[in-house]
Design a protein around this ligand. Sequence first.
Ligand SMILES: Nc1nc2c(ncn2[C@@H]2O[C@H](COP(=O)(O)OP(=O)(O)OP(=O)(O)O)[C@@H](O)[C@H]2O)c(=O)[nH]1
Length: 399
Amino acid sequence: MEEVILITILIAMVGAFALIGIVFSYALPTPSQTDKASAAYYARLFLFFLWLGFVFLCLRALDMPALHAAGCNISFTLAAYMVFLTIIKRHGKQPRTSHLALIIAHLVVVQVFSVMAFWLAIPFWFSDVLLAISVFIPQLLALQVKLTSMDRRNPGDRVLCHLLLVNILVCLTSVPVYLFDVVSSGAQQMLLAMGLVVVLMLNVMLGFAASVIHSLVVRLRKQIYQDPLTKCHNRHFLQDYASTFVDTMQVHREKVCVLVTDIDHFKSINDQYGHLTGDRALNHFTYHLQQELRESDVLIRWGGEEFLVVLPGCSVEDASALAERLRQSVARQPVIIDTHSIALTASFGLAEVARDCDLFAAIDRADSALYEAKSSGRDKVIVFDPNYRTDRAMSMAFQ
Ligand SMILES: Nc1nc2c(ncn2[C@@H]2O[C@H](COP(=O)(O)OP(=O)(O)OP(=O)(O)O)[C@@H](O)[C@H]2O)c(=O)[nH]1
């Protein structure tokens, strides 16, 4: 009688734990992509089937072997497949038809063999071994999917991989302990099973939550540093990264140049064709800049139609040649919108990040050179000369 009460308490405790996990999963942020969002649904089903499996497992100790045989193996196998589906959905993918066929075939085999073993009075170890093998198949399948489609730079993906490896490790160590009946009495065995089930639930719950939160943080960080219109970096990026980046370059004695560029008479495009066309012209402009830049060059939207390019490892001569290429590329390719062909030109100001000045001082110098390019006719590249600063200051004072 005592054993019955203890096992009932264990069932209730595991149920409460699963319930907490399910409620907690509703508190997690939901990804906007429908497939990714449905991963939480499978994670909840995992918690439910694992608890159900535990209930059926306990029925053996409670002297209900027929019910145990009917539900235990299939529930645990289903729980393992829910981990597989959670991982596939977290990747925003659909399970392949071959995967679905395999899942159904596997579940049928598990169920038929478990029930047959009971009817033919085959000792319980057969059913236990069948379960031990069954739970590994979905996990290995998930590992294969993970290893083939994992983005190693994405922390959310890495967390999912750890989750899976911990699951496999827990099963690898716990299943033999359970199978070889190291602990003898029914209640003790149920306690061991409960420990295993709770560890697996904790692992999936926390791993899933960490993966969702990590992915969200990566997305938010990207959005914070990205200009929504042109998809270039924005000023936040410049503040947080570029200055330390240039410091590093200077420590390594690499030359760094900054180029400031501004579309000529952009206001007239907006005025003549409307703001939306102006936006498309901005995208067209940044697209052609990107085409000429190296991967290490950093393009930043500095403001309105003004952009900044940080050019690491680039001498003034090289940067000046690059700026000239950019200027020609922009001038050569008009923006085509419907039947309109809108000619575009841009002016460029260039300065080196000298040893005696920081990045922002260099930007200021490049800006002075840009001002000179604008005031001397536009559609040209001007390299900073200390005299421009005086002219500009004088001109501003005059205005
Ligand atoms: N369509 C669009 N226009 C923008 C955006 N940001 C700034 N602008 C416009 O860019 C124009 C900049 O005008 P100005 O600063 O007078 O410069 P400009 O007409 O290019 O003249 P110069 O620079 O002297 O050749 C303004 O009309 C702004 O409204 C944007 O995101 N989209």
